[in-house]
Write a protein that binds this ligand. Structure first.
Ligand code: F0G
Length: 361
């Protein structure tokens, strides 16, 4: 029995590290693949839906998979500082791994548009936070420009090591199921993750073709976006993206061509869903399955349910939805979601407590 010490150690033979590489890890990866027991019954469809709960990574999102690789390689190359633009999760992850490595992190975030938990954790990890009065896409352009002028390594998903780390989520799914799912659904923002999953599945298919353990090949990739920030659905960048799912409030995705490649090669599609549909899926998942993800993450389930109901994803299918981030990152949205179910306040006496229970059974 070997102790789990993070995804680089676990998938070392399929990642760009050498025996001498100092690995910067917080034990990321190895996240649960949870089969939904109630939602398939509620929607009345014969499907197997699994959620890959990436919110259980060390900083609460899938970004940690990419960040362990990106920071490991930045440190290996002698870098003393990293930088990213972020809607909140990349910044939190970059800050944590920089703290772990003993280097500096600079993060550029859109002022007032990142969830409270993400801001709090990034502050705690002691990153230098630069807020701009602009959106993620503007921040991303500034990062690319400033990295030419200052000694900082970009750790956004345009850094190829980010994609390398993130592809391991697909490895874990195939390892656990014993095959690739029929459909893989995920929220798409900057489009690094759909790129990474497609690479992971494709590499695994080639790997298993020569090792013969795995039967099914690769999934159909379904990329889901928020209606107000859906460049892949409208077919061109969106100037002023808007959505309550602030993690995916992105109009000019950096991995544009690679995401289209994933769609084309897998025979998949892009679709968009309203904030109302996204929030409904977030609440359904919490209340019916006990899995609390952040709003952006619920886009994958909103899309899956829609496409199952529409028959686009047929009955009998095995579907994996990536839940990219943890629900507790965005307490403001959670409180709004539950505005009509606030706690009851009573006196601290046994009778009152007993009544509160009996009245609500
Ligand atoms: N879900 C969450 C919770 C995210 O934070 C992001 C991206 C995505 C989905 C979309 O993934 O960009 O690879 O298509 N967040 C980035 C950030 C942009 O700065 O934290 P993607």
């Amino acid at each position: 029995h070997k102790r789990y010490t993070g995804l680089i150690e676990f998938y070392r033979d399929r990642l760009p590290v050498s025996a001498n590489t100092r690995i910067i890890s917080l034990g990321e990866g190895n996240t649960p693949l949870i089969e939904l027991h109630n939602i398939p019954r509620i929607i009345g469809k014969d499907v197997k839906i699994y959620v890959k709960f990436e919110g259980l990574n060390p900083t609460g999102s899938f970004k940690d998979r990419g960040m362990t690789m990106a920071v490991t390689k930045a440190v290996e190359a002698g870098s003393q500082a990293i930088i990213c633009a972020s809607t909140g999760n990349t910044s939190a992850s970059a800050a944590a791994y920089a703290a772990r490595a003993g280097i500096k992190a600079f993060v550029i975030i859109p002022e007032g548009k990142i969830a409270l938990g993400k801001l709090a954790q990034t502050l705690m990890y002691n990153a230098k936070i630069i807020q701009i009065s602009g959106n993620f896409d503007q921040g991303m352009e500034l990062v690319k420009q400033v990295a030419e002028l200052a000694p900082v390594t970009i750790v956004n998903s345009i850094n190829p090591f980010r994609i390398e780390g993130q592809k391991t989520a697909a490895f874990e799914i195939v390892d656990e199921l014993g095959f690739a799912p029929d459909y893989h659904c995920l929220p798409v923002g900057n489009a690094g993750n759909i790129t990474a999953y497609w690479r992971g599945y494709s590499e695994y298919a080639r790997y298993s073709a020569s090792h013969s353990a795995v039967t099914r090949n690769v999934p159909i990739m379904c990329g889901y976006q928020a209606a107000g920030a859906a460049p892949f659905v409208v077919g061109h960048p969106v100037e002023n993206p808007e959505t309550l799912a602030t993690a995916i409030r992105i109009g000019n995705p950096q991995s544009w061509d690679l995401a289209w490649q994933a769609q084309k090669e897998s025979g998949g599609w892009f679709a968009k869903f309203t904030d109302e549909e996204i929030l409904a899926a977030q609440k359904l998942l919490s209340q019916q399955e006990g899995v609390f993800c952040e709003p952006a993450s619920a886009t994958s389930l909103a899309g899956a349910i829609h496409d199952i109901n529409a028959g686009k994803i047929p009955e009998g299918s095995t579907i994996v939805c990536t839940l990219t981030g943890n629900g507790i990152k965005d307490p403001d949205i959670a409180m709004q979601q539950c505005a009509d179910t606030q706690p009851v306040t009573i006196s601290a006496d046994l009778d009152a407590v007993k009544r509160a229970i009996l009245d609500n059974l």
